[in-house]
Design a protein around this ligand. Structure first.
Ligand SMILES: [Zn+2]
Length: 230
């Protein structure tokens, strides 16, 4: 059942569990993700990344995502991952996505706030939730990002100002995870995560391969919602 993540995030935060996020690139992958969620009786963020629009158009993704999200009984959030520009995000909302990410994490703090505010204004008017990214989660490959990039840790001192200015519904933070396959052992800064979590009630999002969820050895990346224990 297609849902907003608004309520789901509160439940996850209150009950200390993470919601996995899976990027689909075609109907087979979308079907596989919702089938597993249904089989396990668990919620899912069924996501489509803007960087995949060269292999699957936004219109196709919306048709596939809307269909498969509503094909199961468990809650499924149809989420736009790493939205890069306002027009694309607006179109995703207009096509039925219930959650969108604006990723302006590679721009300046001020530019990040400006574009995020614009997206929040459009989305919130329509009951759609927004995720933004502060600091930058780097990419070791380009499966989801447009280029290989280094991570920039989220500065704790930026968090409250960013939240106050933007009113985003969830915040992707950078604490040492990375997109793609890790080269060597990742160093995850749990102290930074705890510190950030102590400053805001907003659910936190971890992008990249998540070593905390070690049982998932392969496949798409996941995100976890912080439970204040790291
Ligand atoms: Zn990501």
């Amino acid at each position: 059942m297609k849902v907003s993540s608004k309520h789901l995030y509160q439940v996850a935060k209150g009950q200390h569990f993470a919601i996995p996020h899976a990027n689909f690139i075609d109907s087979d992958s979308a079907r596989a993700y919702v089938t597993v969620a249904q089989r396990r009786g668990l919620p899912l963020l069924l996501a489509y990344a803007q960087s995949h629009s060269s292999i699957l158009s936004l219109e196709e993704a919306a048709a596939i995502g809307n269909y498969y999200a509503d094909s199961v009984e468990v809650p499924v959030v149809l989420h736009l991952d790493h939205g890069a520009d306002f027009d694309f995000i607006k179109k995703a909302i207009d096509l039925g996505f219930t959650s969108v990410m604006i990723d302006a994490s590679q721009g300046s703090f001020e530019d990040n706030i400006a574009i995020t505010k614009k997206v929040v204004a459009y989305a919130h008017e329509r009951g759609i939730v927004v995720e933004a990214e502060l600091g930058h989660v780097g990419a070791n490959d380009t499966s989801e990002a447009d280029e290989v990039t280094d991570s920039v840790y989220t500065e704790v001192t930026d968090v409250q100002a960013f939240m106050k200015a933007t009113h985003v519904d969830s915040l992707a933070v950078s604490i040492g995870t990375a997109h793609g396959v890790y080269k060597g052992t990742p160093k995850i800064n749990f102290d930074r995560l705890r510190e950030i979590a102590s400053l805001t009630d907003v659910p936190l999002v971890l992008h990249g391969k998540n070593p905390m969820m070690g049982k998932y050895k392969r496949g798409w990346y996941r995100r976890a919602y912080d439970d204040n224990e790291g």
